[in-house]
Design a protein. Sequence first.
Length: 104
Amino acid sequence: MANPSQKKQTTIQPLDDRIVVKRTEPEQTSSGGIVLPENAKEKPQQGKVLAVGPGKLLDNGERAKPDVATGDLILFGKYSGSELTVDGEEIVILKESDILAKLG
C-alpha cells in the first residue's frame, strides 16, 4: 500500500518530434563580475533534454529518428516552445526544429 504522504511524480512523454527541456540556471554575475539582481537576469536559451518524442511522422508512415537524446545540452530560440510548471519544476516543450544546436 502506497504512503499517502508521498507525492506521485508526473511523467511527461512528448509526442512526435517534441522535446522536453529544463533550462539551465541563469548566470549570477555579469562577465565583468557584477552580481546581477533577479529582475535583470534573462532566461537562458540553453537547457538539458529531459525527454524526447518518438520522432516526426513522415509521409510514408515511418518516423524520422530524433537528432537529440535525453541528457543532451542544447541551444534553442528565445521565444521557442511552451513553458510549463510540472511538479514545481519549470520546463519547456518545443519542436525538434526549434533546436538551434547541441552543445558539447
